[in-house]
Write a protein that binds this ligand. Sequence first.
Ligand code: AMP
Length: 281
Amino acid sequence: MIVCRTIAELRAARARLPSPVGFVPTMGYLHDGHLALVRRCRAENAATVVSIFVNPTQFDRQDDFAGYPRDVPRDMGLLDEEGVNIVFVPSAEEMYPPGFKTIVRVREITDVLEGAHRPGHFDGVATVVTKLFNIVMPDRAYFGQKDAQQVVVVKRLVADLNIPIELRVVPTVREPDGLAMSSRNVRLSPEGRRVAPILYRALSEAQAAWRSGRERDAEALRRLVRARVGQEPRIRLEYVSVAHRETLQELNGEVTDGLLSLAAWIDDVRLIDNVILEEEP
Ligand code: AMP
């Protein structure tokens, strides 16, 4: 595995890879969710590039950025075992040198959900993803359904800017108790970790009610999730949404297809999760 710390090193190593090249952007502190993306990428491409970059511009809170878990040596070991060809680990200065002025902004679909609660977050994501795509120039890129809005935003960006990269979305990987894997989970207290699976349980119950036809009304579905999560006083729900899968606008009345998502605080950790309201695949 080749480790590249500068854009010049990455470009030189990338030029020698066989095609097609798959790319998995991450912020590191890797778990099985990340590794699912890496494995899918490995299976579908001749070479795999992974980036590890805790992108400062997508954090709306300095404490979240400072406290974001990091362990690059461990991550490198995991990626090496997975047979990754190149790992790109740039510094913030390499990505944002003095004089940096450009922001990539995707409009409207970034004003809701995560975007409404994390000002500037998606400007940071869209800008860094565009930069990483231009640096790595992969044929395909892999993203997790765990960050559902990110998938919608990156798809829009790639279409609007005619970026010749095929996006592939990987289902959310969960702990045995249903909690979506996240690098932030390690920051939960033991008690917080104990109650956290209720988030997915609430989403699953509402999804089951929708699938069985018992409950199809958007507001009633949001209410179901709020009531279930409300049973756990340690958890503070930030939002529950039933939205259109592409426009991300809130739905009202009968739902025929949608994205059910939430954000919640447990202790001082902010977690997100989602399920798709669609017939069982
Ligand atoms: P992050 O390191 O959190 O920026 O995540 C890097 C990529 O891994 C993103 O595309 C995420 O959506 C994806 N990812 C993170 N957690 C999971 C998970 N539990 N299941 C599937 N994909 C995930």
